[in-house]
Design a binder for this molecule. Structure first.
Ligand SMILES: [Zn+2]
Length: 158
């Protein structure tokens, strides 16, 4: 790998370690030309397959942007969005596949978003699941209410 300091075409690996349970390999490199050291990170690309068949790398930023749109005007902050995107990535990586269909990204968003904000969840779900009628909303709201009641009951028990 090229040295980011002096642009020398080669560098030497001086240390290599696994992080995140081996999901990521971090390498310490040294430049034989200028002697400076730098770190590289290697991880498997998680590819998202769009409906058109085109693949693109999974992007947390893209998840954040998509969810942020549904969260407009809601009491949801940037940290919460970042955390949600992290959960989505973890869920997807846990499947162990290197390529996942884009609708599974949407599915992985629904759960944590429902916990975060009911209104944002309904907005997101209405687009994602292409709600076509008021009844679709009514059904989803009924499910949401049941889930919230469940959550409240579980909190009461604790
Ligand atoms: Zn160098």
């Amino acid at each position: 790998m090229r040295c980011p300091f002096c642009r020398h075409a080669d560098s030497r690996v001086v240390d290599s370690r696994e992080v995140d349970d081996g999901q990521v390999i971090r390498r310490r490199r040294s430049c034989p030309e200028c002697g400076r050291r730098f770190t590289t990170v290697e991880e498997a690309i998680l590819a998202v397959v769009k409906r058109s068949g085109v693949t693109e790398p999974f992007s947390r930023d893209k998840v954040v942007r998509g969810v942020a749109r549904a969260c407009q005007g809601r009491p949801v902050n940037e940290d919460q969005l970042q955390l949600l995107a992290q959960k989505v990535e973890e869920t997807i990586r846990a499947t162990g596949s290197a390529e996942i269909p884009s609708h599974e990204v949407g599915l992985a968003i629904l759960g944590p978003l429902r916990e975060l904000d009911g209104v944002a969840y309904l907005r997101f779900a209405s687009v994602y699941r292409s709600f076509s009628s008021v009844e679709d909303f009514e059904k989803e709201i009924a499910d949401l209410r049941a889930a919230m009641a469940d959550g409240a009951a579980q909190r009461d028990e604790q």
